[in-house]
Design a protein around this ligand. Structure first.
Ligand code: C2O
Length: 650
């Protein structure tokens, strides 16, 4: 059930400072209430003996009294307590026998105010951000998704291979027909051959921006053996850009004729679903001014924390840092990395990194024991300004050395005399990834030689009806009406020969890319590269002809990053780029900079229809999306469950 605020609550919250008679319970004012509730929280945390206490520093409820003299509270049950929900227990047993991990997810709309600004959220189990999924490598994960929202939905498990279960990958109208309101679907898959930090999100249009996101953590004995000794505590930190309207309300204006790829600019950013927003900047009354709406990470001195940083946003590249603390990078997109020290971490949309933070500031005393945790939105890639946006998104890192009951006092002192951000890192004017060639996987691997090479030109072009759409090799993607995989399975039942005509695949060198005849020839909006030979190793050159950077994501795989650069790729360099790539970084999401190129490679051993797309939701809606159809003879053997099929047959 959507939780709508009563008119009365809206009226009262709209003018928190308005002169009006106050009931006795209100006379202490909000500031005191914050202190009292914070103190209670602190006492509670101490009472629980929590060694680590990550939480949002905010008031749990507001009391408000209406004209009728009755009292109502502005309930923030919608806010997930990430202090507990996103901290990974040191008791997690990565060598437990293989098991099934079950989750029930109900999707619905609620009203919430992550940064104080009141809006409708689409959430899982009534809370924002979404719950954490945890499993061991080898486990089965079963998620029963019930859609009580007002639009269709799907869930995608970003970065999971789904080997053999491509129909559980969750891309609306590609891997499945979406779950309409009032219906449900059970996702059921095992996690093989991978571990680390992943996330899940709705893959129906732009819906994940409204709140359908959460972390997905895969543990393994191997990982514990390799890096388990390096840290004491383990915590997930979600970073996101944040918009004050429902995501679909921006689409029409963005894709309107005459608009040359001017993406909507976020209003704010969030750290674990929280941040401050200056309510006086908006004409809207429904904004709850509260400096205290910030993520707060309580740490102990002389410990090491693993922070798993995930960009769950839609558009902005985000620079993560902690004032006065050096970070040690150890994981990216589920690949362990040889420890590398950094001051600022550039995280593109949908990427994940684990960093270690040592709480070794020995001078941390009364006045300096708080530090800003920063998640700066990189504005260089925004086409316009949003006057509401303060890109300096912040949370607090608080050493628990001294008297914690003074916390809110200390925070107000800290705000007047804050810590300083790292200023030795050059501005990231092209919204680049961190340098992928400067990091190396901990477990060395030499990529096999490529058997195929494809060049993908991505560009925004104004063609029909003055519309600015995104094209990959001349095709702009529009969502089909029925799942492509569903259509393919039906066609494959009739197919006898998978080596039929080739079609619109642009290849530079050699290809055996072949599409089964007739399957998709009726849909000119799908660009699909077919790989029908076992043991194919695919090189892709992405040529970005656009003035924006694009975080490209390949489903079903991790790819090696063989090289990248600015301008046009010089084909004469192909051999040297490829042979210089010893133990290259392997990941599932890569920022390809404006007017630049990237060369990536993957072993096409996972059958299915796998999207390859820009993860910026605006660009996805503009058509920056294509698919690889890998091993169609194996796709033909897929046998999805009945509830999956019924979503298409309905
Ligand atoms: Cu994170 Cu196509 O997805």
């Amino acid at each position: 059930m959507p939780l709508a605020m009563s008119e009365e609550q809206e009226r009262i919250s709209a003018r928190p400072d308005a002169e009006k008679p106050r009931s006795p319970t209100e006379t202490s004012g909000r500031a005191d209430l914050i202190i009292v509730t914070t103190a209670l929280l602190v006492v509670f945390a101490i009472a629980l003996g929590l060694g680590i206490g990550f939480r949002t520093y905010h008031q749990p409820s507001l009391s408000a009294s209406g004209n009728n003299g009755g009292s109502q509270s502005l309930n923030d049950d919608w806010r997930l307590d990430t202090s507990t929900a996103y901290s990974i227990s040191s008791n997690w047993n990565s060598s437990a026998p293989k098991t099934t991990r079950e989750y029930n997810f109900t999707i619905s709309n609620v009203v919430g105010w992550p940064d104080g600004f009141n809006r409708t959220l689409t959430v899982i189990n009534g809370q924002f951000p979404g719950p954490m999924i945890e499993a061991n490598m080898g486990d089965r994960i079963v998620i029963n998704v019930v859609n009580e929202g007002d639009i269709p939905t799907t869930l995608h498990w970003h970065g999971l291979y789904q080997n053999g279960t491509n129909f559980m990958d969750g891309v609306a109208n590609i891997n499945q027909c979406p779950i309409p309101p009032g219906k449900s679907m059970i996702y059921n898959f095992t996690v093989q051959d991978q571990y680390g930090t992943y996330w899940y999100h709705s893959h129906y249009k732009t819906q994940y921006m409204d709140g359908v996101i959460g972390p997905l953590i895969i543990h393994s004995e191997e990982e514990d053996l390799l890096i388990g000794d390096l840290y004491d505590y383990d915590q997930v930190i979600l970073l996101t850009d944040w918009y004050h309207g429902m995501s679909d309300s921006y689409i029409d204006a963005y894709l309107t004729p005459g608009n040359e790829n001017t993406e909507p600019v976020p209003d704010n950013g969030l750290i674990n679903g929280a941040n401050y927003f200056n309510c006086s900047l908006t004409p809207y009354d429904t904004c709850y001014q509260d400096e205290a709406n910030r993520a707060m990470f309580n740490v102990q001195q002389n410990k090491t924390y693993r922070f798993r940083v995930i960009n769950t946003g839609a558009f902005a590249e985000i620079d993560f840092s902690v004032d006065d603390h050096v970070l040690t990078l150890i994981e990216g997109d589920g690949t362990l990395i040889k420890p590398t020290e950094i001051h600022k971490l550039q995280v593109s949309v949908a990427q994940r990194y684990s960093v270690l933070l040592h709480t070794n500031i020995s001078t941390a005393a009364e006045s300096t024991e708080i530090f800003y945790v920063r998640a700066e939105l990189d504005q260089f890639c925004f086409a316009t300004d949003n006057p509401l946006l303060d890109p300096g998104v912040k949370g607090y890192l608080v050493y628990n050395n001294s008297q914690r009951e003074d916390e809110s006092q200390k925070i107000s002192e800290f705000i007047n005399n804050p810590s300083n951000s790292w200023n030795d890192v050059a501005a990231n004017v092209r919204c680049k990834d961190l340098n992928n060639t400067a990091i190396e996987p901990l477990i060395s691997e030499t990529p096999p030689n490529a058997t195929h090479f494809y060049r993908l030109d991505s560009a925004f072009l104004i063609k029909a009806y003055q519309r600015d759409r995104a094209y990959i090799n001349g095709t702009t993607w529009y969502s089909p009406d029925v799942s492509i995989l569903y259509q393919a399975l039906q066609m494959f039942q009739l197919a006898t020969d998978f080596e039929l005509d080739n079609n619109n695949v642009t290849t530079l060198m050699t290809t055996s890319g072949v599409l089964p005849l007739g399957v998709f020839s009726g849909d000119q909006n799908q660009y699909i590269i077919n790989v029908n030979k076992e043991n194919s190793v695919i090189d892709i050159l992405i040529n970005n002809l656009d003035d924006g950077s694009h975080p490209f994501h390949l489903h079903g795989y991790k790819f090696w990053v063989l090289g990248s650069g600015l301008g046009n790729f010089d084909y004469k360099q192909y051999g040297s780029v490829v042979s210089n790539a010893t133990n290259p970084m392997k990941r599932d999401t890569l920022q390809v900079v404006s007017y630049g190129w990237a060369l990536i490679r993957f072993v096409a051993d996972n059958p299915g229809l796998w999207p390859f797309h820009c993860h910026i939701t605006w660009h996805l809606e503009a058509g920056l999306f294509m698919q690889f159809q890998i091993l169609p003879e194996k796709i033909a053997q897929f046998d999805p469950p009945v509830d999956w099929t019924e979503l298409c047959a309905a």
